[in-house]
Design a protein around this ligand. Sequence first.
Ligand SMILES: NC(=O)c1ccc[n+]([C@@H]2O[C@H](COP(=O)([O-])OP(=O)(O)OC[C@H]3O[C@@H](n4cnc5c(N)ncnc54)[C@H](OP(=O)(O)O)[C@@H]3O)[C@@H](O)[C@H]2O)c1
Length: 423
Amino acid sequence: MERKRVLVVGGSGYLGQHLLAALAAGGEVDIAFTHHRDTPPQPLLHALPGLRAFRVDLRSGDGLRAVSESFGQLRQVAAAAIGGGVVAVDGADAGRGRCLEGSIDTEKYLSFGSDRGHADWVVKKLRHANLMPHVIVNCAAISVPRQCETDPAAAMATNVPSSLVTWLLSFGNDNTLLIHLSTDQVYEGVKSFYKEDDETLPVNMYGKSKVAAEKFIIEQCSNYAILRSSIIYGPQTISPVAKSLPIQWMDSVLSQGQQVQFFNDEFRCPVYVKDMVDVVLSLTKSWLADGKAVQVLLNVGGPDRVSRLQMAESVADVRGYSHSIIKSVSASSVDRGVASPPDISMDITKLTQMLGIKPISFQDGVRATLAAEATILLGEASTNFAENCGSIKTVSGPSATSLMQVKSKTDINEGLNSYACSC
Ligand SMILES: NC(=O)c1ccc[n+]([C@@H]2O[C@H](COP(=O)([O-])OP(=O)(O)OC[C@H]3O[C@@H](n4cnc5c(N)ncnc54)[C@H](OP(=O)(O)O)[C@@H]3O)[C@@H](O)[C@H]2O)c1
């Protein structure tokens, strides 16, 4: 039976990498991802060796053809076509024909119009070959609002996935589910707990580009899920991303013991990254199992509406920092170079009812994030320790500290030094 294929566009980013790790752990599908930087993140490929990587620029669509040429069933069709000296392909089959050209040595095998019978056979095969992934998850974006504000043209060209959708539709079938990541910043932010059918009125370029993307997908596609995500937080990725992660950033500034300002009047429903991954996996599994097309738009957030101040307090509580170093200020006291909606907390009733997924509380998510970070540090330190000192005989966790108190490599190394080892 044909193995199902999932393509994660923007798989080198924060959510993309977490999703790839979860898909690879499931082991049920063939997986490819796209990156935009020149080379794919090597630690990711090293950790998940089965992945295929493609360089794609969504602004132009460059690189998408390579995906259909080598991540679909085209290779088999091309191999079969080679025997006959092929083929002119035009009209509705042009997209597929162009892909075929890319898959075989055209100099050697393409003699246009030479053998109509064989040409018809190839065209028929092409029509029935599934050249597209069964699921495409679009995580690619310029996701930093300030960057969108300074270069609106790039924000629109990247965040509205017109090249991706055009490529998808050029194959003329409904065999692909498109899962597209949108944002809570489509809402104006003047009330609490927005519902999916509330008016969208973004206050910045990032939100505007995401509204335009949603509209484009809804108009063009017949099988899609659009996920309006709140802040996604959680552990670092396999190949660390360059941008600062919210919980880790708060932890690092608070750990210095100096007073830090946090906004008391900007509200979000942050979602733990594993919950977001579960939403994508759930939609993917349903489509692959029952093949029922969907047209769905969902708010995806955590259950708690929290200000930045409350987020910092949660980090402090988990770490045992004093609240006295957390200074409460209004967002209006700082010019961030981009408008930010005050309250874009979201109602997630539709999500929980439709998928049966109940995202974890913010406090539990902070605990899980910091514990996971400590585990990553412990793993790195154990490897370094073993490389430098020989094998470790006994490792059961740092003796002096609990995982929650592990904040740095120094903590870990001090803990490890207390173990028996065969240096
Ligand atoms: N993270 C959040 O808190 C959050 C909140 C709400 C919504 N979202 C949305 O969720 C999605 C995933 O977010 P994220 O945090 O994972 O984003 P991210 O870490 O910024 O990753 C963005 C991805 O887009 C790729 N990319 C950038 N420009 C591109 C271009 N011109 N063509 C093709 N690919 C391009 C990047 O490739 P390279 O890495 O190779 O440069 C990267 O893989 C985005 O749509 C974002 O807007 C995120």
